[in-house]
Design a protein around this ligand. Structure first.
Ligand code: ZN
Length: 284
């Protein structure tokens, strides 16, 4: 149905679009191409008046291992693609170029998807690591398989947290700190108890439950759905989410600059020896 390479775009039911991450061999690591295609697919669904609800799912055993750390030419890829934000300087040296890329591709896209004017539902299985959270958290509802688990291991990389820093608003401040301090995986059941996950279901029922939920939501008047979403998002933003996000993004960039000065690379090289995500993107 589409010319996408790293994702699938489907219409599984009336008024429902489903976007599927489709790099299972790379554990759905987020190349710049995958992120661009995902953004294009979200736009396609958002601008299609016959679609009311969007499901985000993933092929393979794991939802996403995070950003594709093997992508050496990320800045060139970003510079050559249609912009979605207003920032500039993607080819600049030093922190200026790095911040530009991350502001556009990481914080910018996740925030943009969070504000899409239609309900979105993440259907999640397996591991969701760091950048993977930045695909799941922007969605309005989260349905997780029993085997789903979630981690932000960026502190292990010498960085203060993923670029889309929604942790305190997703799991509360105590668990947000434990998640960041330890890099541990948290189970779908634990995060259901904390309110981050709406439903935990058997793995073989994940697709059906997400689709049934999407169809029930899609039967409601779309304008009321849009405004209900806007109202809840406004309530969250009035709790200081936007300012917290900007502060944490600045710290994140400071960490990259520090690592670049001290280690000659954006992350602490000790991470590569300790990481659950291998150099080839496999989850160990
Ligand atoms: Zn970063």
């Amino acid at each position: 149905m589409s010319e996408f390479e790293h994702i699938l775009y489907e219409r599984p039911a009336d008024r429902v679009a489903r976007i599927v991450l489709n790099r299972p061999d790379a554990r759905n690591a987020q190349s710049m191409r995958l992120l661009h295609e995902l953004n294009d697919a979200f736009d396609l669904a958002a601008q299609d008046d016959a679609v009311s609800v969007i499901i985000l799912a993933a092929n393979g055993p794991h939802f996403s291992s995070g950003h594709d750390l093997r992508e050496a030419d990320a800045r060139e890829v970003v510079a050559g693609h249609r912009r979605v934000g207003t920032w500039c300087g993607f080819g600049c040296d030093g922190a200026e170029g790095q911040m530009a890329v991350e502001k556009e591709m990481y914080l910018g896209l996740s925030e943009r998807w969070r504000n899409l004017p239609k309900p979105t539902i993440a259907a999640v299985q397996g591991k969701v690591i760091a950048g993977g959270l930045m695909l799941v958290w922007p969605c309005d509802l989260i349905v997780a398989a029993e085997d789903a688990s979630f981690a932000d291991n960026t502190v292990s990389m010498g960085v203060s947290g993923a670029e889309f820093f929604n942790h305190p608003f997703e799991v509360g401040v105590r668990t947000a700190k434990e998640m960041l301090f330890t890099s541990d995986f948290f189970s779908a059941r634990d995060l259901h108890r904390l309110g981050m996950v709406n439903h935990v279901v058997p793995r073989d029922e994940l697709d059906d439950v997400a689709l049934e939920l999407a169809s029930r939501v899609a039967a409601k008047p779309l304008f009321a759905l849009k405004l209900a979403k806007e109202a809840v998002n406004a309530a969250q933003d009035n709790q200081g989410r936007h300012n917290a996000m900007q502060t944490s993004f600045a710290y994140h960039q400071l960490c990259h600059s520090h690592n670049q000065q001290v280690h000659g690379m954006l992350i602490d090289p000790g991470f590569l020896a300790r990481s659950p995500v291998g150099r080839k993107g496999e989850i160990q």
